[in-house]
Design a protein around this ligand. Structure first.
Ligand code: HSE
Length: 453
């Protein structure tokens, strides 16, 4: 009688374990949790077919049990005690979608200590406590998966770890916060003011519980930290990232950038240099014709420059309930497939710390090398050449100089686009410029990213 050689080698109890239902305990049933519940229920059969076993939500921890019951009905056990879910013997995998870095750290570490896999969309938790969490997961041989933590609907973690596994990654750059991209788009396209645009983003469920994480660039820096660790095999270095949000951005610069053929986007950039890695989030000018400039509303996009594949770009929703659920459930499918497989053969979900091969340092701000946009308020229109000469004198390459189009209530402004120059050198030149009698007010500088090669 024919016997499949693989099947005959595999003990029966292993095969039985592999086809058992994957039992999920979820902590939090807010925007992401409720989306995960809905998508799991709606696409149950397809998800089971892809996972090779069914995935069932068996337990939910929620702060407001009445509200939670309104979402999940009586199909799922409810508890107000998140630790109960994290440690319960009937739970194989804990989905942490409550957010925050305090209690969430305890729940995730407890789940790992109890031998459970963890799926989380909590970028703040991983950027800040990831080293500890991934080390604990490695020790226990369990998976910590977090596709939903970065650019929610876009499978960018999988792209870096799996699709681009052959490559040396040179840089990763992207629009990785939906809320700020939504605000910038609304302000530019509909003339909405900042506060109104933020209120809309909050109403649509895009913003963090504390929206200052979005508008100050912190959320994007959390995600960038995870991207850099995956791209370069370096440890998580959130504390070293340079972070600037969009709160200080002025409408006049958005208009002047347009005049020069650029658009301002809040970009996260992680770039490998000889001496270390640039890790920075800030509003930058990107060429208006570039695909990145066409990414509007709450959409995200990430570009990756690698040695073999070259430039690749990934685009999709950057915030939202079912958009994040899509990534959370994809991670559950991975866990369903890999649960029971020897830990060394997992796609390296154990994460970045366990695979940190490269103790790359983050470069200080002064060493970052990019082109810049300068807006210099002047007293008179004929001072354009004086400004250009002052910069050139201090070794700042001046590529373009122009007068800003007249705007009501705004005095004459000289606009400058520089060539690539170290931030330290630019700072000195701007300092000298600022002291000149021709200059009528504070000089504004923003980085320019060509996003090429
Ligand atoms: N507040 C986040 C954003 C949610 O706007 O991108 C998705 O991570």
């Amino acid at each position: 009688m024919y016997r499949d050689p693989v099947e005959s080698l595999e003990p029966l109890h292993h095969r039985q374990a592999a086809i058992r239902t994957l039992r999920v305990g979820m902590i939090g049933i807010g925007t992401v949790g409720s989306g995960t519940f809905r998508v799991l229920a709606r696409n149950r059969a397809d998800i089971a077919a892809r996972a090779g076993r069914s995935i069932e939500l068996v337990m939910v921890a929620a702060r407001n049990l009445e509200r939670a019951a309104g979402i999940v009905g009586d199909s799922v056990a409810l508890t107000a005690d998140a630790m109960h879910v994290a440690t319960h013997p009937d739970v194989d995998v804990v989905v942490e979608v409550a957010g925050g870095t305090g209690p969430a750290r305890d729940w995730v570490l407890a789940a790992i200590a109890h031998g459970k896999h963890v799926v989380t969309a909590n970028k703040a938790l991983l950027a800040v406590h990831g080293a500890e969490i991934f080390a604990a997961a490695r020790e226990k041989g369990v998976i910590v998966a977090y596709e939903g933590a970065v650019a929610v609907s876009i499978p960018i973690i999988k792209a870096l770890r799996e699709g681009l596994a052959a490559n040396r990654i040179e840089w990763v750059a992207g629009i990785i916060n939906g809320t700020t991209n939504f605000i910038l788009s609304k302000m530019r396209d509909e003339g909405l003011d900042f506060a109104a645009a933020l209120a809309q983003a909050q109403a649509l469920g895009y913003a963090e519980a504390d929206p200052s994480f979005d508008i100050e660039g912190i959320d994007a820096a959390h995600k960038l930290t995870l991207l850099a660790a995956n791209a370069f095999g370096m440890p998580l270095r959130f504390a070293d990232a340079q972070v600037e949000g969009i709160t200080a951005l002025q409408g006049v610069d958005v208009a002047c950038a347009e005049q020069l053929g650029y658009r301002i986007k809040l970009l996260g950039v992680a770039r490998r240099q000889a001496a270390g890695v640039e890790l920075r989030v800030q509003p930058v000018l990107v060429p208006a014709a570039h695909l990145m400039a066409q990414v509007n509303g709450s959409m995200n996009a990430v570009m990756v420059k690698s040695d073999a594949a070259g430039l690749t770009m990934y685009y999709g929703a950057g915030a939202g309930s079912e958009q994040t659920a899509s990534a959370v459930i994809a991670d559950l499918v991975d866990v369903a497939r890999l649960d029971g497989v020897h830990a060394a053969q997992h796609v390296p979900h154990l994460g970045v710390h366990a695979h940190a091969t490269n103790a790359l340092a983050v470069l200080p701000r002064a060493a970052v090398h990019t082109s810049h946009y300068l807006r210099v308020p002047v007293h008179a229109l004929d001072q354009i050449q004086t400004i250009a000469a002052s910069l050139a004198e201090r070794k700042v390459p001046v590529h373009q100089v122009a007068l800003a189009a007249e705007r009501p209530g705004v005095g004459p402004q000289v606009l400058v686009l520089t060539g690539p120059v170290e931030q330290g050198a630019l700072d000195l030149a701007v300092h000298a410029l600022q002291a000149r009698a021709e200059v009528a007010g504070p000089v504004t500088t923003l980085r320019v990213e060509s996003l090429e090669g």
